[in-house]
Design a protein around this ligand. Structure first.
Ligand code: SIN
Length: 496
C-alpha cells in the first residue's frame, strides 16, 4: 500500500503531511526492493500506515544524494541556510496540530504532550538557525612575528542521524538542525515505530526550500534497521553519526564506526536518581517528580528511575506521591483527559511487569497502581512502590515505564554513593533548600545534567548529554553545534 492511502484515518488538516515512502534526493522514495512494513497505533494495535522498507542500496542512494548536495549546501552563506531553517521552523509551528496528531497515532503520547514536543522540536530549528550565523573562527596571537595563525570552523560533511521512537520529532531536529545550519547534509533513519512524524518533517523541509539531497529520510523495520545502520556506519563518506537509543545499540554502532574513524554523538540509556532531602519543599518535589516521571508514560532517557527519599520524610512523601498518582488518567492519547498514554509495544509492558514482579518478590510494596484496569492492552497503570532496595532489577536497569520505586536513605554521603552506583550518568535530580548542600551534591553527582529543585530542564539553549555509559557529546546549545564542525588550523608564514 503506497501513496498516502491511509491518510483518511488520521484526520489531518493537511493530508499531504502523511507520507509513506522515504525521502531521498528531493523525491519520495519507495525503495528498490518494494518491501513495506506496518506502522501501528499503540493505543489500539490498529495499522495506520504501510511504509517503505528499505534495503542497503536505498541507504547508499541517500548517502550519494547527501554527498552530491554537500558542496553546494556548505558553499551557501550561513545567512542563506539559516533563512531556510527559519522557514522550516515557521512551517512546523503552522502545522503543529497535524504533526501532533501523527505523533500521537504512531507513538501514543497524549496530544497535549505531542504538541509540546512539536514546539520543543521547532525550538531547536530556530535556535540553530540563529546560532550558526555565529560559528566564529579564531585568530590566535602568533608566537612568530611573520606569521598569522587562524582557526576555521568547517562543516564536518555528510551526517547520519539514527533517532528513537520516544521523541519522534525533537530528536530529529536536535540532531539535524545544527548539522544543516552549519552546512552539513543529513541522512536520517527514524525509529521503525515512528516514521510518519519524520516524513512530515521532511515534507515541511521541502516546502521550506531545503534543496534536494540536503535532508534525506531512510526507513526500515526492526530487521532492516541493523543493515541500514551498518551501511551508515561503514560508508566513509559519512563523517559523523549521531544516535539516540539504548547503550547496547550505541556500543554496536561505536564498534561499526571504528574502521572509518567517524565522529560520534551517542545519547544512550540512563538510570536517573531523584533525591529528596528532608529539608526540601516536598510539594515542589512532588510536582517535579510527577512531571519528570510520568512524561511520555515514563519512556524518556531522563526519567527518574530511582527515587531516594530521606528517611525522616519518606512515609509522608510516598503518601503524597501516591495521592497524586492515583488521580492520573491513563488511556488513548487522543482523549483530552488522558495524562498517561500507552507504552510503545507489548514488550515494553512485559519489561515493566518483570521489574515490578522482581521488586515485589524481594519485599517492595505497592502503594498505588499495578493491576488496575487499563483501557488498552499496552497501557500500564502508574504505580508507586515503597521499600525498594539497590539490589533490585528496578534499581539497576532503566524501567522505561510509569513505575516510581521509592528508596529510603539516611545521609547525604550515603545517597550520593547510591546515586552514583550505576554505569549510567545522564540526568540526576535533587531537591533541597540548603544552599551548601545544593553545591556539594550538584558537584558530586556523576551525571551530564543535574536538575536542582526542578523536574523539567530540557530546552534548546542548554547542553543535553551524559557521562559514563550514557554517551558521548552534547546536543542543543552552542555545544550541540560544535559536534558538526571541524576545526581547521591555518598558519600563514612570510607575512613580514
Ligand atoms: C530523551 O529522553 O532522550 C530526551 C528527553 C528530552 O529531550 O527532554
Amino acid at each position: 500500500m503506497t501513496g498516502g492511502s491511509r491518510v483518511g484515518t488520521l484526520a489531518l488538516k493537511d493530508p499531504s503531511l502523511f507520507q509513506d515512502n522515504g525521502w531521498v534526493n528531493g523525491a519520495w522514495w519507495p525503495g528498490v526492493g518494494g518491501g513495506r512494513f506496518e506502522v501501528t497505533d499503540p493505543a489500539t494495535g490498529e495499522s495506520i500506515a504501510s511504509v517503505a522498507n528499505m534495503v542497503p542500496q536505498d541507504v547508499s542512494a541517500a548517502i550519494d544524494a547527501a554527498a552530491a548536495a554537500l558542496p553546494g549546501w556548505r558553499a551557501r552563506s550561513a545567512k542563506e541556510r539559516c533563512a531556510i531553517l527559519k522557514t522550516w521552523h515557521s512551517l512546523i509551528h503552522a502545522h503543529v496540530d497535524d504533526l501532533a496528531m501523527l505523533m500521537t497515532r504512531e507513538q501514543g503520547k497524549p496530544l497535549t504532550e505531542a504538541k509540546a514536543e512539536v514546539l520543543y522540536a521547532a525550538s531547536f530549528v530556530e535556535w540553530f538557525a540563529e546560532e550558526a550565523k555565529r560559528a566564529y573562527g579564531e585568530i590566535i596571537p602568533s608566537p612568530a612575528s611573520d606569521r598569522e595563525l587562524l582557526v576555521f570552523k568547517e562543516p564536518i560533511g555528510v551526517v547520519a542521524a539514527i533517532t528513537p521512537w520516544n521523541f519522534p520529532a525533537a530528536m530529529i531536529t536536535r540532531k539535524c538542525a545544527p548539522a544543516l545550519a552549519v552546512g552539513c547534509t543529513v541522512v536520517v533513519k527514524p525509529a521503525e515505530a515512528t516514521p510518519l512524524t519524520a516524513l512530515a518533517l521532511a515534507e515541511l523541509g521541502r516546502r521550506a526550500g531545503l534543496p534536494a539531497g540536503v535532508f534525506n529520510v531512510v526507513l526500515g523495520d526492526a530487521a532492516a534497521a541493523a543493515r541500514i545502520g551498518e551501511v551508515l556506519c561503514s560508508d566513509t563518506r559519512v563523517r559523523k553519526l549521531s544516535f539516540t537509543g539504548s547503550t547496547e545499540v550505541g556500543r554496536l554502532l561505536y564498534r561499526q564506526c571504528a574502521p572509518s574513524i567517524k565522529k560520534l554523538s551517542l545519547e544512550l540509556g540512563g538510570n536517573a536518581p531523584f533525591i529528596v532531602f528532608a529539608d526540601a519543599d516536598l510539594a515542589a518535589a512532588i510536582e517535579g517528580l510527577m512531571a519528570a516521571k510520568f512524561r511520555n508514560a515514563g519512556q524518556t532517557c531522563i526519567c527518574p528511575n530511582r527515587i531516594f527519599v530521606q528517611s525522616a520524610v519518606v512515609d509522608r512523601f510516598a503518601q503524597m506521591l501516591a495521592d497524586k498518582v492515583a488521580g492520573l488518567r491513563v488511556g488513548s492519547g487522543l482523549l483530552a483527559e488522558t495524562q498517561v498514554g500507552p507504552l510503545i509495544e507489548a514488550a515494553a509492558v512485559e519489561k515493566v511487569e518483570a521489574h515490578l514482579a522482581e521488586a515485589l518478590s524481594q519485599g517492595a510494596r505497592v502503594l498505588v497502581g499495578e493491576g488496575g484496569d487499563t483501557p488498552a492492552a499496552v497501557c500500564f497503570e502508574p504505580t508507586v512502590l515503597v521499600g525498594a532496595t539497590p539490589s533490585m532489577q528496578i534499581a539497576r536497569e532503566e524501567t522505561f515505564g510509569p513505575v516510581a520505586p521509592i528508596f529510603s536513605f539516611e545521609s547525604e554521603e550515603e545517597v550520593v554513593e547510591l546515586a552514583n552506583a550505576t554505569e549510567f550518568g545522564l540526568a540526576a535530580y535533587f531537591f533541597s533548600r540548603d544552599v551548601g548542600r545544593v553545591f556539594r551534591v550538584a558537584r558530586a553527582l556523576e551525571a551530564g545534567m543535574v536538575a536542582v529543585n526542578a523536574g523539567a530542564f530540557s530546552n534548546e539553549v542548554a547542553p543535553f548529554g551524559g557521562v559514563k555509559q550514557s554517551g558521548l557529546g552534547r546536543e542543543g546549545a552552542r555545544h550541540g553545534m560544535d559536534e558538526y564542525l571541524e576545526i581547521k588550523y591555518v598558519t600563514m608564514a612570510g607575512l613580514r
